[in-house]
Design a protein around this ligand. Structure first.
Ligand SMILES: [Zn+2]
Length: 281
């Protein structure tokens, strides 16, 4: 009797370990990883029949995480192929999230080969590194070229442009914009020093910076920094006036009154009178 009891006690831990221990879990994870890798490889080879999948797969998996308000250039950039892999992986995980939320993927308005997970992926990642029209495409798209020219006329008065802002808050990934209220606006002004900017490109630079996840005040400073670097002067003024944040207006407190105003300036724009002139212009 004694022997049997001891034997049982020794026997028991073994199957127990096998079922719930680290090995069992690791195996399951590996299978999941292999499945995803195979799934992505299939899509990759359809799209790029002549490219080596493993090279791009390794590139994607080694890409470091970077802030929601930054562009991929902050971690060394990404190839078109690795960006494609990211979109396939993202679409896969959004599909899984829909399943977790019990959203019926057989609904033709949601499921299908280019269904809602695909559309959401496009909205967050853009469809290529050239795509700069999506909500988070500024994280991935190439930096637009901002032309600048020598200030031959010695121009010394402010050059001012109104732009549209479309951005998402980093807390909810919900849009905030100048487009939701009559009286909202964004204005950028700079006083040329040695260089004059090709100002038609200003909206593209603003889009490239804004179409990421932001706090409005940080976005304001980021726009200031970009213009300041491009124009090679600290005398830059950025004001975002009356932007509606949909995370506040359509959910949570559902305030229709709330709007946010922020500004950032340097150089000659330390002068209040000068800033006032820009806004009333
Ligand atoms: Zn928010």
């Amino acid at each position: 009797m004694k022997d049997v009891r001891i034997k049982t006690a020794i026997k028991n831990p073994k199957p127990h370990t096998k079922l719930n221990g680290a090995n069992g879990l690791k195996k399951e994870n590996n299978n999941k990883f292999d499945y995803l890798k195979d799934y992505v490889e299939g899509k990759f080879q359809d799209r790029y029949p002549l490219k080596d999948f493993l090279t791009s797969w390794i590139e994607y998996n080694h890409l470091k995480d970077f802030k929601i308000s930054d562009n991929v250039e902050s971690v060394g950039g990404i190839s078109e192929e690795a960006h494609f892999i990211m979109r396939v992986v993202t679409e896969y995980h959004i599909t899984q999230a829909f399943k977790a939320m019990k959203i019926d993927l057989k609904d033709p308005n949601v499921g299908g080969p280019k269904g809602t997970p695909y559309r959401m992926t496009k909205m967050y990642c853009g469809n290529s590194l050239e795509d700069d029209t999506e909500l988070l495409s500024g994280r991935w798209s190439n930096r637009p070229h901002m032309a600048s020219f020598p200030n031959e006329q010695g121009q010394k008065y402010p050059i001012t442009k109104r732009v549209d802002i479309v951005s998402v808050c980093s807390h909810h990934v919900a849009p905030f914009s100048t487009l939701f209220r009559e009286d909202a606006y964004a204005v950028i002004s700079y006083i040329p020093d040695q260089m004059v900017l090709g100002i038609s490109k200003l909206q593209r630079i603003v889009d490239w910076v804004a179409r990421r996840g932001h706090l409005q005040e940080n976005l304001t400073k980021m726009i200031y920094d970009e213009v300041s670097i491009a124009a090679e002067t600290a005398s830059v003024y950025v004001k975002l006036h009356g932007l509606v944040h949909t995370c506040e207006s359509v959910r949570g407190t559902q305030s229709s009154e709330g709007s946010f105003t922020s500004e950032y300036y340097g150089g000659d724009f330390e002068n209040y009178q000068l800033r006032k002139e820009i806004i009333t212009r």
